[in-house]
Design a protein around this ligand. Structure first.
Ligand SMILES: Nc1ncnc2c1ncn2[C@@H]1O[C@H](COP(=O)(O)OP(=O)(O)OP(=O)(O)O)[C@@H](O)[C@H]1O
Ligand SMILES: [Mg+2]
Length: 270
């Protein structure tokens, strides 16, 4: 569906590339999670995928066709490839919640009746009905994040890229998000996320790509990735809580301390 072919990208003010010789694919229907330490390049990759940045080297293809960077091609691309920003403050454009969720649909040119139905359903899905007419400025960060996800999900893109979707969300909203991802996937959307939430990765993804210093250094199933010590320990990523606890239970008589250590991804507590 989306293909990066030998991509290099350097930010205008930098000398070292943020993304280097990177080749990567998201096939249709795959639940892909990008993981990696702060600053490894996950957000940059998503912004390249959405055409916000143009690589200096290599080609990005969507459904086999190289991305083009004129206004019309980018607008077409962004109707098919939706990106939820890491920082919701950078994404919200309108004055109130309902206006923000309607904004993208106005640009798509859907009928007034359809827009009303889709916006109403999305407000309900994201528990935003009571906040529909609240000014965006009055929202908490978690509420803003929910609106930013709703903004993109309402458009039902073919490919949905979510940058840190669970950031700022409470546990109830994280469960809701997982339910919404399942729903949108059933309608035919392929989803990729970038995240530090390894429990979410373990529960949701079926493919994990590890990014390190601008390159994809490993790809595998979640179980496959988190059993690799060069990833868990070498890159310092740790592993999902469920796997750490299973490991603690497997190795020796589980003490309270062993289980507490598992919380810190197999490191010892101070
Ligand atoms: N606007 C920018 N201008 C210059 N350099 C940038 C800019 N945004 C990111 N970078 C640099 O590019 C590299 C990759 O950053 P990126 O935001 O893609 O990382 P990330 O994996 O998303 O990190 P995090 O987990 O903190 O979200 C980092 O070294 C960062 O300092
Ligand atoms: Mg990021």
């Amino acid at each position: 569906m989306l293909e990066f072919d030998n991509i290099e990208y350097t930010y205008p003010c930098n000398t070292t590339p943020a993304i280097k010789n990177l080749s990567w694919q998201i096939p249709v229907g795959r639940r892909c999670a990008l993981i990696g330490r702060n600053g490894c390049g996950k957000t940059t990759l998503f912004r390249l995928a959405n055409g916000l940045y143009q690589p200096q080297k290599g080609v990005i293809r969507y459904q086999g066709k190289p991305l083009r960077y004129n206004r019309k091609s980018l607008s077409d691309l962004r109707q098919k490839v939706g990106l939820v920003f890491q920082n919701p403050e950078q994404q919200l454009v309108a004055t109130t919640v309902i206006e923000d969720i309607s904004y993208g649909l106005c640009n798509l040119g859907v009928s007034e009746g359809e827009m009303r139905d889709r916006v109403r359903a999305t407000l309900a899905d994201f528990d935003l009905e009571d906040l529909a007419h609240t000014p965006i400025n009055y929202l908490s960060l978690g509420q803003k994040k929910r609106v930013s996800i709703a903004d993109v999900m309402v458009l039902a893109p073919q490919l949905l890229l979510l940058d840190e979707p669970t950031a700022y969300l409470d546990p109830y909203q994280v469960r809701q998000l997982r339910r919404m991802l399942n729903q949108i996937e059933k309608k035919g959307t392929t989803i990729a996320i970038a995240t530090h939430n390894l429990d979410f990765v373990y529960a949701w993804a079926n493919w994990v790509c590890v990014v390190d210093r601008g390159q994809i250094v490993a790809e595998d199933t979640p179980e496959g990735i988190f059993r690799r010590s060069e990833v868990v320990e070498g890159l310092g990523l740790g592993c999902p809580l469920a796997m750490s606890i299973l490991e603690a239970l497997h190795h020796d008589t589980p003490t309270e301390q062993a289980l507490k250590d598992a919380l810190f991804f197999q490191g010892k507590l101070d």
